[in-house]
Design a protein around this ligand. Structure first.
Ligand code: NCD
Length: 306
């Protein structure tokens, strides 16, 4: 059960809880589509502390709390907080947890959310810690797959792009590998999925690696495309070598299964051409919308609403 729990890594959420989140997210989605009001978080406050750029994650956390009838306090610009005066993360979190009932945060340092959860008196939700994890993104990714295929089993999934620095795929791979999925990891050699992620998998035998998307186009059900994470490169010459490695355009998409879907956590740079957006297989905007319903469900389950 998720009651009063922090979610720092996808390992903090059991498969049963994943399906509980789906059911609640579906119910909220339906209620909102009918214009029904939900007020389970009346009087509760969420603090959003984002020490790294974010559009979707912060906005959808805040939208989710507002849609549940709760309030939001926020630091979105690190320069405007006392972190710029040298305050430690531990002190900022101690204080923020005395002002709120739940904290959603993003930080450039891997492990920051785990540290924060140790100093916080309220649950902490990790909205991305450097190249570490992004478990709430994984929940909305899984929800989007489940809505389409009605299952997380018997699927052929390909993750494409920056698998080294991309935190979304670090969490997603761990989660999908807990189900009956066949996974292909496609990246430039310098951006392969790190061993410290591969070594934690329950079923490593169901994961294969490659560098070319052509062999997987006709057999994949779910393409999960990611941005090359420019901000994580120590040497921009290395970035220059991999930029534009993969590009999904209408011609690439024409080779895919009719029933396949293309996902992307967004923001995209040049991995998916805007000409693909109107193809029924383009799911990335639906996926981003689902972020609100899934985060509503998660907050509601952690803070014991409904
Ligand atoms: C991702 C992130 O911040 O890790 N974006 C998101 O949360 N939707 C992916 C990215 O920045 O490329």
């Amino acid at each position: 059960m998720l009651t009063k729990k922090s979610v720092v890594s996808i390992g903090d959420i059991s498969n049963d809880d994943i399906f509980r989140v789906f059911e609640r997210a579906s119910s909220f989605k339906q209620k909102l589509s009918k214009g029904e009001k939900i007020k389970t978080m009346d009087g509760k406050i969420m603090a959003t502390l984002f020490f790294e750029p974010s559009t979707r994650t912060r906005l959808s956390f805040e939208s989710a709390m507002h849609r549940l009838g709760g309030g939001v306090i926020s630091v979105s610009e690190p320069k405007s907080s006392s972190a710029s005066k040298g305050e430690t993360l531990a002190d900022t979190i101690r204080m923020a947890s005395s002002y709120s009932d739940i904290i959603a945060m993003r930080h450039p340092m891997e492990g920051a959310a785990r540290l924060a959860s140790e100093f916080s008196s309220v649950p902490v939700l990790n909205g991305g810690d450097g190249s570490g994890q992004h478990p709430t993104q994984t929940l909305l990714d899984l929800f989007t797959i489940w809505e389409k295929f009605k299952s997380l089993d018997d699927l052929n999934i390909s993750m494409v792009g920056d698998l080294k620095y991309g935190r979304t795929v670090h969490s997603l791979l761990r989660a999908l590998n807990r189900f009956d999925t066949t996974i292909t990891l496609i990246s430039p050699e310098s951006l392969e999925m790190p061993d410290h992620i591969l070594s934690t998998l329950d079923h490593p035998e169901k994961v294969t690696k490659g560098t070319d998307i052509n062999p997987i186009l006709e057999k994949t059900d779910v393409f999960y495309v990611t941005r090359i994470q420019k901000e994580r490169f120590v040497d921009l010459n290395d970035y220059a070598k991999v930029i534009g490695s993969y590009s999904f355009d209408p011609e690439t998409v024409s080779k895919m299964k009719k029933n396949a879907i293309i996902m992307h956590p967004l923001p995209r740079v040049d991995e998916i051409s805007p000409d693909v957006d109107r193809d029924p297989r383009a799911f990335y905007f639906k996926q981003a919308e689902n972020g609100v319903y899934v985060r509503m469900a998660l907050i509601d389950m952690i803070l014991g609403g409904a």
